[in-house]
Design a binder for this molecule. Structure first.
Ligand code: NAP
Ligand code: GDD
Length: 363
């Protein structure tokens, strides 16, 4: 790779890496900070079409960023969550740009990064469904695990001095009992959890080996009306609204005893951004700190539409996982102390707002 790199961003050459990769990253970062004081920041988001990607895009656009998003080519449109943010690329003032790409395609990541020269990279893309990861462990490993390495390595190859956010997960704690914080040992219980642990350590390794400003956000479950339809909160909220409207009779669920720490996604993406604005790269837990069972979440949703959940919920073993994570309850005190981040919306309010959104969508 040549020493001379076009664009507003300073990059470093392989020769500099050979002399000391950590120093090379720091030099590039210092020079870039000096040059960039009056220029809008540029971010690349993988997983921009997902729940978190859509909220993060809104947040960054509101902050004046130029946002680039990686989208997968599919035979049907998969951009529903960001369609309201679409900007005509012919408009010279457009600040949202979408690019085809995939975390399984490392060379594409290199060419894209070289072109975009982002200040911040948010790696949100993943096969993110825990139950599905038991059916597709190899694909999950390639996307949720190796995908992060491909992106980190692309950053290193291009020589970018960007800041990197890795979407790590409370699922990494798995069987380790709550409360869980940044010091809690990992004991993943699914191919998804195992893949996320790998990505967590690769992110730390790139931070320690190359001085990259790379952070892990260890996020506990966060939900919204934009949540995928097969995650349990959205599934319950949708069913409660449909049953109340006479469009569905029953709701089939698996383990009702599982305990989760459910927060509101819009608040969590703000925490992601805050992690990348900190003075030093570090890893943070984001959580509400309050437990709720699947059973209680169902009760809250059905109460919102004036129904008794017990009359409609049926058990179906197909939704039980080969190995379950019994209880995740986060301790977010480090994020509160160092970033000033705190969750405001707790499970009962979240259940109500999600159920109201489903009811409105049916009207
Ligand atoms: P999500 O709604 O499932 O979105 C996942 C995104 O990844 C989608 O945009 C999807 O694209 C994209 N994607 C999947 N495979 C890809 C690949 N091979 N190449 C490129 N893009 C790919 O997930 P989310 O809830 O927004 O979560 C965002 C991230 O945070 C994920 O990494 C998830 O594992 C992690 N996380 C989530 C939570 C939570 O409670 N939500 C908690 C902790 C960590 P398509 O739209 O084309 O499918
Ligand atoms: N999906 C689903 N469907 N889950 C069910 C069902 C059902 O019908 N019935 C019971 N559950 C239980 C699951 O067994 C699990 O204990 C709990 O509900 C939550 O399941 P999900 O909503 O699928 O989320 P998750 O906790 O497995 O994973 C989510 O949170 C992780 C963070 O802890 C995902 O967003 C992951 O990507 C994320 O990392």
């Amino acid at each position: 790779m040549a020493d001379k790199v076009p664009g507003p961003c300073i990059t470093v050459s392989y020769r500099e890496y050979a002399q000391g990769p950590r120093r090379a990253f720091l030099r590039a970062h210092d020079e870039r900070t000096m040059r960039r004081t009056d220029v809008a920041k540029t971010a690349l988001i993988t997983g921009i079409t997902g729940q978190d990607g859509s909220y993060l895009t809104e947040l960054l656009l509101a902050k004046g960023y130029v946002v680039h998003g990686l989208i997968r080519r599919s035979s049907t449109f998969n951009t529903a969550r960001i369609d309201h943010l679409y900007q005509d690329p012919h408009d010279p003032g457009a600040r949202l740009h979408l690019h085809y790409g995939d975390l399984t395609d490392g060379s594409r990541l290199v060419t894209l990064l070289e072109r975009i020269q982002p200040d911040e990279v948010y790696n949100l893309a993943a096969q993110s469904h825990v139950r599905v990861s038991f059916d597709e462990p190899e694909f999950t490993g390639s996307t949720t695990g190796l995908g992060s390495t491909r992106l980190l390595e692309a950053i290193r190859m291009v020589g970018l001095a960007c800041r990197f956010y890795q979407a790590s997960s409370s699922e990494m704690f798995g069987a380790t009992p709550p409360p869980q914080n940044e010091e809690t040992p990992f004991y993943p219980r699914s191919p998804y959890g195992v893949a996320k642990v790998y990505s967590y350590w690769m992110t730390r390794n790139y931070r320690e080996a190359y001085g990259l400003f790379a952070v892990n956000g260890i996020l506990f479950n966060h939900e919204s009306p934009r949540r995928g339809e097969t995650f349990v909160t959205r599934k319950i909220a949708t069913a409660a609204a449909r049953i109340a409207a006479g469009k569905q009779n029953e709701l089939h669920l698996g383990n009702l005893d599982a305990v989760r720490d459910w927060g509101y996604a819009e608040e969590y993406v703000a925490g992601m951004w805050q992690m990348l604005q900190a003075d030093e790269p570090d890893d943070y837990v984001l959580a509400t700190g309050t437990p709720c069972t699947v059973r209680d979440f169902a009760r809250h949703c059905f109460e919102e539409v004036g129904l008794d959940w017990q009359q409609y919920v049926r058990f179906d073993p197909r939704y039980v996982r080969p190995t379950e994570v019994d209880a995740l309850i986060g301790d977010p005190s480090k994020a509160a102390a160092r970033l000033g981040w705190r969750a405001q919306v707790l499970a009962p309010e979240l259940a109500a707002l999600m159920t109201r959104a489903e009811t409105l969508a049916l009207a």
